[in-house]
Design a protein around this ligand. Structure first.
Ligand code: BEZ
Length: 226
C-alpha cells in the first residue's frame, strides 16, 4: 500500500531511539513532520544522509518541522549506528529519533520496500522514502528514491518552505524557486481579486495565446520591498 497526497498519515505506534511513540502524538498540535526511511543501519549513503539531517535539525525546527528517520533494524542497532554517525560528522549529539522496523511492518504498510536491494538474509530493504506531513496529519508531499541514490536535504528544506507558503497564500512556486523569489498567482484567483490579494503587485506576462495565466508576484511571506 502507498499513500496519496491528502491522505491522513497513519497514527502508527513504533519503537524509536527516543522511546515508544504514537505518530500523531509525537508530531503534536500545529506542527509539521518529515518521516524519511533508510535501507539499513551501518550503510554508507545512509550514514551521510543522517549526518546531514542532524546538522539541519535546527533549521527545520525553525520551520516548526520535526524529523524522524526509519530504518529496518532494531533500536539497539540504531543506537550503536548513531555513534558512528556522530564520529563521522564530528557532532556532539544526535538530535532526532530513528524508528525501528526490523520486521518491515511499516515498510510494507507505507509502500517503502526497495524492489532491488536486499539484506544479507535476502530480505528486501527499505528505499529512501520521504513523507512530509502537515499540521492536519495529512500527507503533503512524498518522494521515493532507490537505495543507491542519496537525497538532497537542501531540496527537502526548500519544498517545506514552498509547502508552508502555498498552504496559507494563494500562490504556487515556480521551477527552481528559492524562498524570497517571485511566486506564481494560482489560476483560481480572478483578475478582480489581484489588487486586494497581492498588494505588492502582479506582473502578468503577455503570451502568444493571449491567455493571462503567467502571473508573477513577490514572495508574500517576505516584507514588501520599498
Ligand atoms: C547505502 O546506504 O549506502 C546503501 C544501502 C543499500 C544499498 C545501497 C547503498
Amino acid at each position: 500500500m502507498g499513500f496519496n497526497l491528502g491522505d491522513e498519515f497513519p497514527n502508527f505506534s513504533a519503537k524509536t531511539t527516543a522511546g515508544d511513540i504514537k505518530f500523531h502524538d509525537w508530531i503534536g498540535k500545529d506542527g509539521w513532520a518529515i518521516l524519511f526511511s533508510h535501507p539499513a543501519d551501518f550503510t554508507p549513503v545512509c550514514t551521510t544522509e543522517l549526518g546531514m539531517v542532524n546538522k539541519m535539525v535546527e533549521k527545520f525546527k525553525a520551520l516548526n518541522v520535526k524529523l524522524i528517520a526509519l530504518s529496518c533494524d532494531d533500536v539497539d542497532s540504531h543506537s550503536k549506528w548513531t555513534e558512528d554517525i556522530l564520529a563521522f560528522t564530528k557532532d556532539a549529539k544526535f538530535d532526532f529519533p530513528i524508528i525501528a522496523d526490523p520486521k518491515r511492518d511499516l515498510a510494507v504498510q507505507f509502500g517503502m520496500l526497495d524492489p532491488v536491494e536486499k539484506d544479507s538474509k535476502g530480505l528486501p530493504l527499505t528505499c529512501r522514502a520521504v513523507f512530509i506531513v502537515g499540521p492536519d496529519y495529512k500527507l503533503k508531499l512524498s518522494m521515493l528514491y532507490p537505495a543507491t541514490t542519496g537525497r538532497n536535504f537542501d531540496e527537502i528544506y526548500r519544498v517545506v518552505q514552498s509547502l508552508q507558503l502555498t498552504a496559507y497564500k494563494k500562490v504556487a512556486t515556480p521551477a527552481n524557486w528559492q524562498s524570497g523569489g517571485d511566486c506564481m498567482v494560482i489560476p483560481s484567483v480572478k483578475k478582480e481579486e489581484l489588487a486586494t490579494l497581492f498588494p505588492a503587485g502582479v506582473d502578468t506576462k503577455t503570451l502568444p495565446s493571449g491567455k493571462e495565466y503567467l502571473r508573477f508576484t513577490p514572495d508574500p511571506s517576505k516584507p514588501a520591498k520599498k
